[in-house]
Design a protein around this ligand. Sequence first.
Ligand code: 48H
Ligand code: FE2
Length: 264
Amino acid sequence: MQSIRIKQVDEVKISRYILKYTFEDWYSLVDSDVVVVGAGPSGLATAYFTAKAGLKTVVFERRLSFGGGIGGGAMNFHKIVIESPADELLREWKVKLVEAEEGVFIVDAAEFMAKLGAAAIDAGAKVIHGINVDDVIFRDKPLRVAGVAVEWTSTQMSGLHVDPLFVSAKAVVDATGHDAEILSVASRKIPELGIVIPGEKSAYSEVAEELVVNNAGKVAEGLYTTGMAVCEVKSLPRMGPIFGAMVLSGKKVAEDIINDLRNS
Ligand code: 48H
Ligand code: FE2
């Protein structure tokens, strides 16, 4: 059997290549069109559509993996429920669907995560893991959210006092899930924005999905929300492990951003 020859590369080159190409990315993304906070289903769907429309889109995710709550499925079972018309999006991302009844589909959690993440990246979105967003940038006259403050998740976990870097964006999307972290910090630190966070309601699956999709969108100038964060800010019921509204609200918020940026 012939032995396999592998191209040799030394440690200095490895380090230099990684530093060079990482900093090239960061140099460009500090001035983005769209910053999505959270790489769960709603954030990745948002990024897929804004990137596909040609907007420079970056997704910051504090964990080292994407998918958010998809991976845990329902009580750690590996299946998730999707309702029409969200199946059209999953077909676009080539996720296999099993129809349990008309308009109700079952998907594998791992496949959904992987293919949605790949679709967002292939559409042109940059997904960066291990980054925690803990604040926003704002401007007055006119009052608006103008970007985010970022820090390594590992630095934040270590409790060290390290100041963040900033990333400017024409649209910041809170896709952080149940805690609506970006809306929370904006409501606390910039009361002039008038953001009130009453908190989500208990489960009422049949009505929750439409409510989330139809209430996703702009919360303040430059600040948008999608996914479970919508329940938190609009006091809407949760729905359990059904994900149609997560991806459809991502599409809805992306369409709003594309329209707003076109008209501005
Ligand atoms: C960087 C952050 C930060 C931060 C959080 O929780 P997610 O999956 O959120 P959604 O809204 O896309 O999907 C919600 C869905 O998973 C769910 O929980 C449902 C449908 N529940 C129904 C019910 O009844 O319970 O993803 C959010 C992502 C996660 O990966 C976080 O790690 C990340 O955002 N994140 N990343 N900076 N400040 N906060
Ligand atoms: Fe949840």
